[in-house]
Design a protein around this ligand. Structure first.
Ligand code: SF4
Ligand code: ZN
Length: 396
């Protein structure tokens, strides 16, 4: 019959996307196990981040927001998604990129080139602030001075303050960072394993500022910080970057020795392999624990003032960065690392040793275990005389 067609009924689609049902799924979501097509994955990934931002009221219209950008996958995806959501949902944010140059040859110099390309690709202005300019020391210099132990303590303290200083230069109200759900779950685990409840409280907060100051002496600033990827799985960030063909840098820091975090990461990945919700479950447990700690504890907050040297917010006379710098500049890099009692011990050991005639007499005096420990402590300190001139060790 003219006009009739013999078209066979369409074959059912093999492995259709669980959401749109009209396109073949090409991936399985690590977070939920859903099989999705590329476009549906983009949609759910972006929408979840939008919901996190809205549910937690992270921004106000008109906020000027700095995106902490390292050139790595997390911050590159964050910059891309922040720009996309800002346009799609009219957040009306004024976005800028803020990068810290720690001065790590062969790592940060290359990753900053990626950030510069992102600046051009996404048309977001960029400010780079360097440790060398702010503190007179690059991480390369610091590692030459102190070796590969404790370098991340210096780096972490300096980065925190450098981000704030950069934010002040940029006149921003808020810094967003690319910490993802895996990072936060790892930190929750580490803080539980260390019994560090103040830090547990801090790491589970999606947004922090000076009003959420904890009792552990961790310095905070008046500039808000938030983590829009708090519930975003690392594997999904990698998938998103891959399917969007984003330009990011994927090498690890050459000074990264963080064995403890490495164990927490392996443990978490093992858990995730048998239970895909493990990451988010751990974050929720961390939140519940910190809420109950907050409710039960009459937390004594330190009085916040300003560092007498640099003016940064601090609960001590000198902020942590100035204390670490003091140590570096005076050849006492141990100063400011670890706990008050340890530093007091060093000071006592220094006083005790200053009565001895020469370093040679120290090394030949190792008899008991206690004496050996004193010798070990004393040899860390290059100039024993200087320790006595340090300001108020008791306030450390
Ligand atoms: Fe700094 Fe590298 Fe340590 Fe990270 S791993 S804190 S960049 S030294
Ligand atoms: Zn689909």
């Amino acid at each position: 019959m003219p006009g009739a067609t013999d078209a066979k009924p369409a074959k059912p689609l093999k492995n259709p996307c669980n959401l749109c049902q009209s396109v073949r799924a090409i991936l399985k979501r690590p977070k939920t196990g859903q099989q999705l097509c590329k476009e549906c994955f983009f949609h759910v990934f972006e929408t979840e981040i939008h919901n996190t931002i809205v549910d937690n009221k992270l921004f106000n219209k008109g906020d000027r927001v700095a995106i902490g950008a390292s050139g790595g996958k997390d911050s590159t995806v964050l910059a891309y998604v922040m720009k996309l959501l800002n346009d799609r949902y009219s957040y009306d944010l004024d976005l800028v990129l803020l990068s810290i140059d720690e001065g790590i040859t062969g790592y940060r110099d290359d990753s900053l080139e990626t950030v510069k390309r992102n600046r051009d690709q996404y048309q977001i202005p960029l400010l780079i602030v360097s440790y060398k300019d702010l503190y007179g020391w690059s991480m390369d210099d610091i590692v030459k001075e102190i070796g590969r132990k404790n370098n991340c303590t210096f780096c972490g303290v300096f980065r925190r303050q450098a981000l704030d200083r950069g934010a002040i230069m940029l006149n921003v109200d808020h810094i967003v960072t690319g910490h993802n759900a895996d990072d936060i779950a790892e930190t929750v685990l580490m803080n539980i394993l260390r019994g560090d409840l103040p830090r547990l409280q801090r790491c589970t907060s999606i947004i922090t500022n000076d009003t959420s100051e904890d009792s552990s002496g961790i310095e905070t600033s008046k500039i808000l910080r938030s983590k829009p990827f708090k519930y975003t799985y690392e594997k999904e960030i990698v998938m998103y970057a891959y399917f969007k063909k984003l330009d990011y840098f994927s090498t690890e820091c050459i000074y990264s020795p963080n064995a403890y975090r490495g164990h927490a990461r392996v443990f978490l990945k093992d858990l995730e392999a048998v239970r895909r919700t493990a990451i988010v479950d751990i974050i929720h447990s961390g939140e519940a624990l910190s809420a109950s700690v907050q409710a039960n504890e009459s937390t004594k907050l330190p009085t916040m003032a300003n560092c007498t040297r640099c003016g940064y917010i601090s609960s001590n006379e000198l902020c942590k960065a100035c204390l670490l710098l003091e140590g570096l500049n005076k050849g006492l890099p141990q100063l400011g690392i670890g706990h008050t009692t340890k530093i007091r011990r060093m000071a006592e050991a220094a006083n005790l040793a200053s009565g001895l005639s020469s370093p040679a007499s120290l090394s030949s005096s190792s008899t008991s275990g206690a004496a050996e420990e004193k010798v070990k402590v004393v040899t860390h300190i290059k100039d024993l005389g200087q320790l006595k001139t340090m300001p108020s060790l008791d306030t450390v």
